[in-house]
Design a protein around this ligand. Structure first.
Ligand code: GCU
Length: 312
């Protein structure tokens, strides 16, 4: 870490081998450079400052300066983020990235937690497409998942999704999934290829089923008082450093996903590509069924409107 006057603490749930760790280190270096060393950052990996749900509160209180939080955890703080976790809302990473950089769609939403919770959303990292993996397999139909306990993030959408896909959803913190699978408390879980590999879940769940049920997003939360107490030039520098870091990450993500798939093959993971007609219609229907509030539907529609598929 560079020698700086004020070190900002950033909480991350990922291992150091996950690309978000290196990316956050670069973010800190960018901040140090742009603020002439008035600020820098230190990244705490592996949930060492607490699991995501706890760190939302710690950032809100100002005990931690920033944290990377899965969209499903923000959904618990504010249902306004719900449409971003709905299966089918994003076509792919590129569509998601366009949305996340579009002030007219996300500007108000990202500032919406500031008055009450003192949480500012600066943007975030893609989680890529999420897939299912199980200790036994292959999984090709909902019947194959019958009775299987599948770990989900603590989220209403995920509970519904896994139920509709045929499994038994079991909410659990990310840091506990490996041991859950190892002990047989879980029969499977769901995540992207990079998390599957960096958490070494392939050691305890060798069947990977490409369901692509959600293009997820991790939000970067910062304490609002911190940003407001900075000189405006410094807080602008932090936001600009983040914008650069976020855009660069999309390409890093694509490359590392390809590397993760190669590693999975090298490690003997059995990859199944189910017939798209089997799970996809269920996934889409479940996603839409959760949106009832007109504001949620409007956000969903705004996101869909910038999809290239819609325009085609
Ligand atoms: C991904 C995501 C994390 C999230 C995790 C999970 O790894 O990037 O933010 O915590 O999935 O399934 O809990």
């Amino acid at each position: 870490m560079t020698d700086v006057d004020r070190v900002l603490s950033i909480s991350l749930g990922q291992a150091e081998s996950h690309p978000s760790y290196g990316s956050l280190i670069s973010f800190g270096e960018r901040i140090a450079e742009a603020t002439d060393g008035r600020y820098g950052a230190r990244v705490y990996a592996n949930n060492s400052l607490g699991d995501q749900q706890e760190t939302v509160q710690l950032v809100s209180d100002g005990a931690i300066d920033m944290a990377v939080i899965s969209g499903t955890q923000i959904e618990n703080s504010s249902p306004r983020f719900l449409p971003m976790n709905v299966a089918g809302v994003f076509d792919d990473i590129d569509h998601q990235n366009r949305v996340m950089l579009d002030e007219s769609i996300v500007g108000e939403l990202f500032a919406s937690l500031e008055p009450q919770k003192r949480l500012s959303v600066l943007g975030g990292y893609t989680q890529g497409g999420r897939h299912l993996y199980t200790a036994t397999g292959p999984i090709e139909t909902p019947e194959d998942l019958a009775g299987m306990k599948i770990r989900v993030q603590e989220s209403e959408i995920f509970l519904r999704l896994i139920t509709s896909m045929g499994g038994v959803p079991t909410p659990m913190a990310y840091s506990e999934v490996y041991t859950g699978l190892q002990a047989g408390v879980l029969d499977g879980a769901e995540n992207n290829e990079i998390s599957y590999v960096t958490q070494r879940h392939y050691e305890v769940a060798k069947h990977f089923t490409m369901t692509n049920h959600l293009v997820g997003f991790d939000f970067l939360l910062a304490n609002t008082d911190l940003l407001e107490e900075m000189d405006e030039a410094d807080s602008d520098a932090v936001r600009e450093a983040w914008a650069l870091t976020q855009s660069e990450f999309v390409e890093i993500w694509k490359q590392q996903t390809a590397d993760a798939v190669q590693e999975m093959l090298d490690r003997g993971v059995v990859i199944t590509e189910p017939d798209p007609e089997v799970f996809l219609p269920i996934i889409e229907e479940t996603g839409l069924s959760i949106l009832e509030d007109p504001a949620d539907i409007a956000l969903y529609d705004a996101i869909r409107a910038v999809s290239e598929k819609e325009g085609a």
